[in-house]
Each structure stands twice: as structure tokens, then as C-alpha cells.
Design a binder for this molecule. Structure first.
Ligand SMILES: Nc1ncnc2c1ncn2[C@@H]1O[C@H](COP(=O)(O)OP(=O)(O)O)[C@@H](O)[C@H]1O
Ligand SMILES: [Mg+2]
Length: 261
């Protein structure tokens, strides 16, 4: 498979055929899963689904994704097996996805620097809405996905963030989605269902897939920027549904049929 041959099935939201679809996982506090979800979605869609992805890491204070790639690249020097695996992956036509680092005000410039065949860009945003250029970055997105947990703190924070975005008219509500992260059905289903109904009355939609709380997602080897997440972590996880939901949302079609049973 050659990712450079992959073409989007349709143009992006502004109608231009070569513009990638841009998604940000964002909210106004740290620890909600912005970075984790960005990397999981990027790695799966890029390495398993043949959709050409790039991450713009504009959480300048942390640069978690960018630094993770640097760390992983360094580790490869002492890991023969992983190194051979990466070479095999490249030989099969799959280059590591592009990661660019910067600040939110640089997003338009970083987008312009991306290779022309990138189909999906994920923005890893800072947890502080007051960072310079925050609005510049958010204005570029097609979808803003707000990770939320069902705790009162998380819901209050998330809704506060969404209201702030809407008050300054940064994005229309149809570009906003909530995603339940760190979800435990037995603990969270009832309250999540109830909140979803309430959000609907605000015109706010939730993604149907809910990302479970899994210790394995905290292990950075399971959310590599160089390799797809191991299939055993994806099974029965709700993540498969998230990837499909994002493909449908963005009208991007996988070019490989890597089925995760
Ligand atoms: N679904 C999940 N299950 C378990 N741990 C999670 C999940 N999502 C995120 N985490 C953990 O929560 C912490 C914060 O996540 P992170 O993605 O860094 O948040 P943010 O980028 O919003 O600051 C990390 O330790 C991460 O591993
Ligand atoms: Mg982060």
C-alpha cells in the first residue's frame, strides 16, 4: 500500500479538493485526553487505514506529541526489532506520519508547509484558551471535538469551554462534538445519556463512540507515533467505532481493509 496514492473521497469542508480535513481535540484544561486521542486516531487512521495524516502539536508548553516522536526515534537506535519493523513498514510504502510543532498562531503557516497529499490534520491544542493565537488555530478547524468525563468538574469545564468558543462566535455549533473519554459503562452510562439529551437542546452533538477508561492507553508504547496500536488493545474497546465515526464525519475513505476483529 502506498499512502501517497491515497486520495480523499471528497473535498474538505471548504470545497477545495486539496485542503485536508482539520480536526482539533480541545478543551480548556489538561488531563482530559486531547493528546491521547490525537495520537490514537492519527496512528490508527494512518498506519491501519491508509489515510494520510499529520499532527500539528501546538501545545507549545508541552509539545507532548512532538517530544514523543523524538523519544521514539531515539529508542529505535537501541531496539533492533522495532527498527527492522519500521524499515519494513516504510518499504511497504507507509512513511511515519508528519508531526509539526509550534504555537497556535502558527497553525496557518504550518498547514501551508504540509505535503500536498495529507488528508487529515489533527491539532493537539493547549489546555489554555488564553494562549496567543488560540482563535487563529480554532478558526481553521472543520471539527472541534471536546473530550469530557462524566464528573461534575469535567462537564462544567467542558461546557464552559464550549460556551466560551460560542460566545466569541469562533465556530458554529455544527462543527462541535463532545466525546466521552475515560468512560466506564457501569458508572457513566446513565449520566452520559442524560447529559447527551441536555446537550441536544443546546444544539450540541456527542460522538456515539465512547472511549473506555483503559490503563493500557496510559502506556506510551501502546500509543506510538510510529506504529499502530496493537490490535488486542483495540478489540472490544469502543475505539474501533470512533475511528469509523471519524472517517464518516470527514468523508475520508480508508484505502486498506485492515479489519480489527
Ligand atoms: N481513555 C483513557 N483511559 C485511560 N487513561 C486515559 C484515557 N485517556 C487519557 N488517559 C490518560 O489521562 C492522562 C491525560 O491524558 P492526555 O491525553 O495527556 O490529556 P490532555 O492532552 O488533555 O492534557 C494521561 O495520563 C493519559 O494516559
Ligand atoms: Mg496534551
Amino acid at each position: 500500500m502506498n499512502t501517497t496514492q491515497a486520495q480523499p473521497s471528497s473535498g474538505a469542508a471548504d470545497g477545495s479538493p486539496n485542503r485536508p480535513v482539520i480536526i482539533a481535540f480541545a478543551t480548556q484544561k489538561g488531563g482530559m485526553g486531547k493528546t491521547t486521542l490525537s495520537v490514537l486516531v492519527a496512528s490508527t487512521l494512518h498506519y491501519r487505514k491508509g489515510i494520510n495524516v499529520a499532527i500539528l502539536d501546538v501545545d507549545g508548553a508541552q509539545l507532548s506529541v512532538y517530544n514523543q516522536r523524538l523519544r521514539e526515534a531515539k529508542q529505535l537506535q537501541n531496539d533492533e526489532e522495532a527498527s527492522v519493523r519500521l524499515q519494513a513498514q516504510i518499504a511497504s510504502g507507509i512513511q511515519p506520519f508528519v508531526i509539526k510543532a509550534g504555537n497556535p498562531d502558527q497553525v496557518p503557516a504550518l498547514l501551508a508547509e504540509l505535503p500536498g497529499d495529507v488528508q487529515l490534520v489533527l491539532l493537539d491544542m493547549p489546555g489554555n484558551i488564553d494562549v496567543e493565537g488560540y482563535e487563529t488555530a480554532i478558526k481553521t478547524v472543520d471539527y472541534l471535538i471536546v473530550p469530557m468525563e462524566t464528573s461534575e468538574y469535567s462537564v462544567t469545564t467542558g461546557i464552559g469551554y464550549i460556551n466560551a468558543i460560542r460566545e466569541i462566535d469562533l465556530l458554529p455549533v455544527h462543527k462541535l462534538r463532545v466525546i466521552w473519554n475515560k468512560y466506564k459503562p457501569s458508572r457513566d452510562a446513565e449520566i452520559a445519556d442524560m447529559l447527551e439529551e441536555r446537550f441536544k437542546t443546546m444544539g450540541l452533538a456527542c460522538l456515539q463512540s465512547r472511549v473506555p477508561q483503559r490503563d493500557s492507553y496510559q502506556d506510551s508504547t501502546n500509543r506510538s507515533t510510529l506504529f499502530p496500536m496493537p490490535a488486542n488493545y483495540l478489540r472490544n474497546s469502543g475505539l474501533k467505532d470512533l475511528f469509523t465515526e471519524i472517517e464518516v464525519l470527514t468523508s475520508l475513505t480508508p484505502t486498506t481493509s485492515d479489519v480489527i476483529e
